[in-house]
Design a protein around this ligand. Structure first.
Ligand SMILES: [Zn+2]
Ligand SMILES: [Zn+2]
Length: 269
């Protein structure tokens, strides 16, 4: 009987050991799964960062704008020469065209002429929200897909932007010195050029966040649809996972509001 009992004990021990080991290994794999889940959850939060290098081919005016990038920066070099006619081109330029506003006898030509620039925009390739939002300053705050600089909603010191509106040419731009720029809707891109699309990308601001047209899903954007910086988060054609982006509106401040939403890069002229 003793032999039988100890055999039984041994069997029980073996079963218990097997159960213990199995439980143990189950726990291990549960832990592993949990770790994996946690790692994946961490990845999900940091994994998706919009990469604006995908916008390269949309900068179509390649005679005047080049787009290169490395791991950290997109570098856009622009001559700031619009591909549309302007009364501000030199009269010898094929793109010179005389202009008087048909519906607005107010047009006043400023004394400047468009000249080739060498603007170098160094823009974060993976734009991110700034913890402290910087205001924009005078000069270029961004660049359009046709090489033109965006300026903010302020006129040159001492001038009123609403007076300066009178000096905007056929396509709503004008030069400061020789530097051509848009303060408001670049209508060549949104309305008039071949393939003009009022929902499409029009350019980038210095912080790397893209600027889209006046409409979204067929609806005209207003300042009420946008935050203080004149943008919002949402899906666009180029960023199906969503990205913060600016929109152009009819009303002031037109392109940018209270400053850059993201951490701005640099521009030299
Ligand atoms: Zn201006
Ligand atoms: Zn939008």
């Amino acid at each position: 009987m003793r032999g039988k009992n100890s055999l039984l004990m041994m069997l029980l021990l073996m079963v218990a050991t097997v159960i213990f080991v199995r439980c143990d290994s189950d726990e291990d794999s549960d832990l592993d799964n949990m770790n994996d889940d946690m790692e994946n959850a961490g990845d999900d939060e940091t994994e998706y960062q919009a990469d604006i290098s995908v916008l390269k081919d949309l900068f179509y005016h390649t005679d005047a704008v080049t787009f290169t990038f490395d791991d950290e920066w997109v570098t856009i070099t622009s001559k700031d020469l619009p591909d549309h006619v302007s009364v501000y081109y030199d009269e010898s330029d094929p793109l010179y065209e005389d202009y008087t506003k048909e519906d607005d006898s107010d047009f006043i030509k400023n004394p400047n002429t468009i000249g080739e620039q060498n603007n170098v925009f160094k823009i974060p390739r993976y734009p991110s929200e700034a913890s402290v939002k910087e205001s924009t300053s005078g000069g270029a705050i961004g660049v359009t897909i046709n090489s033109v600089s965006f300026f903010n909603q302020e006129a040159a010191p001492g001038d009123d932007i609403l007076d300066e509106l009178k000096t905007f040419d056929q396509y709503e731009g004008h030069p400061a010195g020789t530097q051509y720029h848009y303060h408001n809707e670049p209508v060549w891109l949104t309305k008039f050029r071949d393939n003009a699309d009022n929902e499409a990308l029009v350019g980038l601001l210095l912080d790397g966040f893209p600027v889209y047209g006046t409409h979204e899903d067929g609806v005209q954007m207003t300042n009420n649809d946008l935050d203080d910086y004149h943008g919002h988060f949402g899906v666009t054609d180029e960023f199906p996972e969503g990205i913060y982006h600016y929109h152009i509106t009819d009303d002031l401040p037109w392109i940018n509001g209270d400053g850059y939403y993201g951490t701005a890069g640099t521009v030299t002229n």
